[in-house]
Design a protein around this ligand. Sequence first.
Ligand SMILES: [Mn+2]
Length: 312
Amino acid sequence: MKIKTYAEIPEEFSKLEQAKIVLIPVPYDGTSTWQKGADKGPKAFLEASENMELFDIETDSEVYKQGIYLTDAVNENTSPESMVDAVHEVTKKYIKKNKFVTIFGGEHSISIGTIRAFNEMFPSLTVLHIDAHADLRKSYDGSSFNHACAVYEASQNTNLIQVGIRSMDIKEKSVMNVDKTYFAHEMAIDDSWMDSAIDQMTDNVFITFDLDAFDPSILPSTGTPEPGGLLWYETLDFLKQVFKEKNVVGFDIVELCPNEIDKSSDFLAAKLYYKMLSYKFQKDATEDDYDNAYSKKLLNNNLSKFKEEDDY
Ligand SMILES: [Mn+2]
């Protein structure tokens, strides 16, 4: 990748030492089952970001001034397992540097590594999984590192909340916690899902955002588009509330499968990423230093997992 700074921001805002935000591109597409091309997602996302205006009207902010460090891409792809290990390692490395870590994929199997890192670093982690697909298979095509297995591990050892789901295999019903699943057909007729989902979250929230959660009418460039998805403003409303009420500790965005001619999906992904950062740092705007609280809360308790009896 020849891109040097995220969105061509001035170099002074792109240095690791000063940056509060780290962006890790993972151009991986080893296990996708239908349309290939998620490996080209990070490049298309970064190019669209360069063409985006960096003042956010809604939050009246320029979040890039918090500093955004763009890491080298994680290119490990000798096996799905080694890719997950590499993503896990690099994600953890930057969390330990007290950065707000974000990852852009790639297909969804990269999230096995990102979630594992955040779950080791933050106690009682909620994983907010926004996706058209349940992704709860224990293994698929002979591997437990397939994109169809993206949140199986999270379902076992985090507080997993699934939003936007409209496609799954009947076998996944035995793994799914329906009380913490918001199906698209229900969301379409009743917007109480937003408050309900937030009520079920612990304080520390990691968001894994599969772009196919969006309706294909606004985001067609994804490997497995499904009708009946989320629209732009309802998605932003929900995210805005989550960032306001919870401690979002990081997020990943996956499954952009760019189209050579139609760039609108790339722009949507770029804008979504920037919006999420703008919401994250809106309330911290007056504070001197971003602190992801990892070092304070966790060092003596880093095996703590979500427990049923926790208050949330
Ligand atoms: Mn999906």
